[in-house]
Write a protein that binds this ligand. Structure first.
Ligand code: ADP
Ligand code: ADP
Length: 231
């Protein structure tokens, strides 16, 4: 079964039609970019994939199971747009932040597995940040912080990693190397990625699939792949 199978969904807020008749599959190993102007429904589509909101019409299956019945949310990793503006007010280290992705709630407490340092190290290697283990996250650049939050999601070994405009806080000259890192996660480590972005020019040679949301094309006739670029 596809990792994510969205079948002819629509979503309306009280006043606004945010999505209309969208169908979309994400298969293992895909690197999907969701493009579209502001207000075209990108965030709404991500919220539906994350199970945060239910479509007004249509169904979504996660790993072959109707999302209505889907319990294991840990299978989907998510890095929000604002994660890199994180400021805890205390000097959390890179290791502490990434280890947070491994913490299992056991009653009132959060418990880390015995081998957490090793797991954290692997995740940091994957994002090219292993030499920053003991550093305070607040001292890092926007791009470095974004990599730390990706490591935090990866350490939980999600089946798919969803990123909402991950380059928003990143200096222009570091955007290319950030996408190179994502491409290597996808190509070399087989991580399935779903990304909302405006960086069309930078992502075209990295992604395997593209979905364009805009006022005129609401995925009408969208099948497994849509190799159409707009804007
Ligand atoms: P994008 O992420 O592409 O900018 P959104 O999914 O945020 O698009 O929004 C799609 C449409 O739905 C827009 O017209 C937006 O104003 C509207 N919308 C988004 N969130 C809400 C909400 N919570 N309540 C009402 N309307 C919303
Ligand atoms: P993004 O840039 O990711 O699309 P926004 O900054 O547009 O996010 O929206 C931030 C939050 O505000 C989201 O949770 C979205 O659902 C909500 N929102 C967006 N548009 C509206 C709207 N017209 N009415 C109410 N809430 C909205």
């Amino acid at each position: 079964a596809p990792l994510i199978n969205i079948k002819d969904i629509s979503f309306e807020y009280e006043q606004t039609k945010a999505l209309e008749n969208i169908s979309l599959k994400v298969e293992k190993g895909d690197f999907l970019a969701i493009l579209g102007p502001n207000g075209s429904g990108k965030s709404t589509l991500l919220k539906i994939m994350l199970g945060l909101i239910k479509p007004t019409k249509g169904t979504i299956e996660l790993f072959g199971e109707d999302s209505k019945n889907f319990k294991n949310r840990e299978w989907v990793g998510y890095v929000s747009q604002k994660s890199n503006s994180f400021n805890s007010g205390f000097p959390a280290t890179v290791e502490e932040i990434v280890a947070g992705g491994l913490a299992k709630k056991t009653g009132l407490f959060h418990r880390l597995p015995k081998n957490y340092k090793e797991e954290v190290h692997h995740a940091l290697v994957a994002v090219g940040m292993e030499s920053f283990t003991g550093r305070s996250v607040s001292e890092l650049s926007g791009g470095q912080q974004q990599r730390i939050f990706i490591a935090r999601a990866l350490v939980a070994k999600p089946k798919v990693l969803i990123l909402d405009e991950p380059t928003v806080g990143i200096d222009h000259q570091n955007v290319q190397s950030f996408y190179n890192m994502l491409a290597s996660l996808n190509r070399d480590k087989g991580i399935t990625l779903v990304l909302v972005t405006h960086d069309v020019d930078t992502v075209t040679d990295k992604i395997t699939h593209v979905a364009c949301l805009n006022q005129t094309i609401h995925f009408h006739g969208f099948k497994d792949q849509l190799h159409t670029m707009s804007d």
